[in-house]
Ligand binder design. Structure first.
Ligand code: GLU
Length: 292
C-alpha cells in the first residue's frame, strides 16, 4: 500500500486575533508542507461558542493572507460538525469508556481540598490542574440515567482505568523531524491526565475529541504545533486507539516567547499581528524575526 500523501494543518481557535506565536506555527507548517511535498489545510477550531466570534475568523483569514500563506480547500469549521463529535462520544459511551460527571468546579475543588486535608496525595495533570478524584465514576448506571433524564448539566470524562485496560502496552506516538521527516517512536503516558473531560458541558465535544476526529477526517499525516500541546498528544494517542482512528506523526515546536520570556497569549493582550501591522511592521519584518 502506498503511504498517504503528506497533509498538514494549521488549526487556530478564533477566540482572538493571531499573534507572533501563531504566525510562527503557520509559517512552519507551510515550510514543512513544502519540504514534504504535501497539502496544507486550515481548520477553524471554534467549538467554544462563548468565545469564538465571526470577526476573529475574518481577522485570522486576513492575517494569514497578509503572511502570504495559502491553504488547500476546503476550510473546516469545527462548529459545523457537532453531530460527528456526538457520534464519537456515543461510541465511547456505548463501550463504557467515558462516564457522565455531574461535579461542578466548586465540588471538585472541595473534594480535592478534603483529600489533601486527610493527607491523601492528589496528583496533578501536565497543565498543573489536580486530577479529577473520580467521584462520578462510582455512580450506578441507573443513577447516571436518572440524572441525565432530569437534565442535570454534565461533562463526559474518560474512564482512564477502563481505557488503559483496552491496551496491552502504552500507546505509541510517532515524532518526526522537521528537517528530514525522519521518525522515532515514543511511548505515550496518557494516565497522567487522569479522567480527563472528553465532552464539555456546553457542547458535545472538547478540544481533545475534536482534534483526533478532525485530524483523521482531514487525512492529516503530520501535526506541527506548539510544545504547550506536547503532553496532550499522549491523550490524543489514547483516543485514537479507542476510536480506531489513524494517528499522524507529530512535531512540537518551541514556543515564541514575549520579550519578558512569558508565553504569548491572546488573553494576556500579547501584541497581535494586526497591532504590529497597524504600527507599520511589515510582513518581511515579521517573517525575518521568526526566521522565515
Ligand atoms: N486550536 C489550538 C490552538 O489554537 C491548536 C490545536 C492543535 O494544533 O492541535 O491552540
Amino acid at each position: 500500500m502506498q503511504p498517504p500523501e503528506p497533509r498538514l494543518r494549521f488549526a487556530p481557535s478564533p477566540n482572538g486575533r493571531l499573534h507572533l506565536g501563531h504566525a510562527y506555527s503557520a509559517l512552519l507548517n507551510a515550510r514543512i508542507a513544502r519540504t514534504l511535498g504535501g497539502d496544507l489545510l486550515l481548520r477553524i477550531e471554534d467549538i467554544d461558542l462563548g468565545r469564538a466570534r465571526p470577526e476573529f475568523v475574518a481577522g485570522i483569514l486576513a492575517d494569514l493572507d497578509w503572511l502570504r500563506l495559502s491553504f488547500d480547500e476546503p476550510i473546516r469549521r469545527q462548529s459545523e460538525y457537532f453531530s460527528d463529535y456526538a457520534a464519537a462520544r456515543d461510541a465511547l459511551a456505548a463501550r463504557d469508556l467515558i462516564y457522565p460527571c455531574f461535579c461542578s468546579r466548586g465540588r471538585i475543588a472541595a473534594e480535592v481540598a478534603a483529600r489533601q486535608a486527610r493527607g491523601v496525595p492528589v496528583p496533578h495533570d501536565p497543565d498543573g490542574a489536580p486530577l479529577y478524584p473520580g467521584t462520578c465514576r462510582a455512580l450506578s448506571a441507573d443513577e447516571r440515567r436518572a440524572r441525565i433524564e432530569r437534565g442535570e448539566p454534565h461533562t463526559w470524562r474518560l474512564d482512564m482505568p477502563a481505557a488503559l485496560r483496552t491496551l496491552a502496552d502504552p500507546p505509541l506516538v510517532r515524532r518526526f523531524s522537521p528537517e528530514d521527516g525522519a521518525e522515532e517512536t515514543v511511548r505515550a503516558d496518557p494516565a497522567r491526565w487522569g479522567d480527563a473531560v472528553i465532552v464539555r458541558r456546553d457542547v458535545p465535544t472538547s478540544y481533545h475529541l475534536s482534534v483526533v476526529c478532525d485530524d483523521a477526517v482531514q487525512g492529516i499525516t503530520h501535526v506541527v504545533r506548539g510544545q504547550d500541546l506536547e503532553a496532550a498528544t499522549d491523550l490524543h494517542a489514547l483516543l485514537q486507539h479507542l476510536l480506531r482512528l489513524p494517528a499522524p506523526a507529530y512535531h512540537h515546536h518551541a514556543l515564541i516567547r514575549a520579550e519578558d520570556g512569558e508565553k504569548l497569549a491572546k488573553s494576556k493582550g500579547s501584541e497581535s499581528l494586526a497591532d504590529l501591522r497597524a504600527q507599520g511592521v511589515t510582513v518581511e519584518d515579521v517573517r525575518a524575526r521568526l526566521g522565515f
